[in-house]
Design a protein. Structure first.
Length: 113
C-alpha cells in the first residue's frame, strides 16, 4: 500500500479516485485497529490490577472472619431506653468498627447501675 503511493508521487503519475478512496479506507481501518489494540491492552492491564486488589480484600476479609467471634443473638429486640444508652451504644459500635475493621451488629444492650 505504502510503496505504490510513493511511486506515484515520485513519477508524477496520477492516482485515480477509486485508488485514493481505497488507500484512505485502508488507512482509517489501520488507525481503528491500532486503537482497538491499545484499548484491549489497557483493559487487560486494569483487569489484572483489579484482580490483585480483589485478592487483597478477600484475604483481609478472611483474616477478619477468622479472628472475630460472633456471640449467639438472643431472641427479641434490643431496647434502648434513653439518650445516654443510645450514645453508649453508638460509641461502642464505632470503637469496635475502628479496631476490628469488620461489620458491627448490636446483639444486646445491658444497663449497669
Amino acid at each position: 500500500m505504502y510503496i505504490p503511493v510513493l511511486d506515484a508521487i515520485d513519477k508524477g503519475t496520477t492516482i485515480t479516485v477509486g485508488e485514493g478512496a481505497l488507500y484512505s479506507i485502508l488507512a482509517i481501518a489501520m488507525v481503528f485497529a491500532i486503537l482497538l489494540i491499545i484499548i484491549g491492552v489497557t483493559y487487560l492491564v486494569f483487569k489484572i490490577t483489579g484482580l490483585f486488589d480483589l485478592k487483597k480484600e478477600l484475604d483481609a476479609a478472611k483474616k477478619a472472619k477468622e479472628g472475630a467471634s460472633v456471640p449467639a443473638a438472643p431472641s427479641g429486640e434490643v431496647t434502648i431506653k434513653d439518650d445516654d444508652m443510645m450514645a453508649a451504644v453508638l460509641v461502642a459500635t464505632i470503637d469496635y468498627r475502628l479496631t476490628h475493621k469488620s461489620d458491627v451488629r448490636v446483639v444486646s444492650v445491658k444497663e449497669i447501675n
